[in-house]
Design a protein around this ligand. Structure first.
Ligand SMILES: Cc1cc2nc3c(=O)[nH]c(=O)nc-3n(C[C@H](O)[C@H](O)[C@H](O)COP(=O)(O)O)c2cc1C
Length: 153
């Protein structure tokens, strides 16, 4: 069964809801043929990435960059995965107080080095928390899982 790895840092109650919404979408009852694994960046390493057929990355924007947890994850997986995960499909979501561009570009620079392949535009949720973000996250999770199940990535 194809494996979808969700690596997201959720230090706030809103972010926890967003991550849960992504997982809910990925586990939609209509999608039976995908195994979702959820990990904090601190608990994910090369083993999980090498075993994954696609990834969803999630981060708040902090200080104009991805969160430290996700950067720590990338620092640990980069060289062990570099030669083995080229072309991996991935998607990114960012929660930002007022911007989000720094988080997106910081992740994109690193995944460009890894040669991972974005299968959809980054989802940036900026400004005051909006309940509509939950639906967007659910759609993101569902889209990745459905694409993986259908073998279109
Ligand atoms: C230390 C710190 C730095 C932050 N830096 C930024 C930033 O550079 N740009 C931005 O848009 N939001 C920034 N924020 C806001 C966070 O992105 C936001 O609090 C986080 O995504 C959680 O969202 P929530 O308020 O909906 O729980 C920062 C928050 C913290 C705690």
């Amino acid at each position: 069964m194809p494996r979808l790895l969700l690596v997201a840092h959720a230090p706030s109650p809103n972010l926890k809801r967003l991550v849960e919404a992504v997982a809910r979408g990925a586990r939609h009852p209509d999608i039976a043929g995908v195994e979702l694994e959820m990990r904090s960046p601190f608990d994910a390493g090369p083993e999980e990435v090498l075993a994954a057929d696609a990834l969803i990355l999630g981060t708040p924007e902090n200080f104009g960059y991805m969160c430290g947890a996700l950067k720590d994850f990338f620092e640990r997986i980069y060289y062990p995965c570099l030669e083995h995960t080229q072309g991996r499909p991935y998607a990114l979501f960012v929660r930002a107080g007022n911007d989000g561009r720094g988080a997106v570009s910081s992740v994109e620079r690193i995944v460009a080095g890894l040669r991972w392949r974005a299968v959809q535009a980054p989802l940036v949720m900026r400004g005051p928390f909006d309940e509509a973000f939950l639906g967007q996250c659910e759609e993101l999770g569902m889209g990745l899982a459905a694409g993986l199940e259908a073998g279109i990535f």
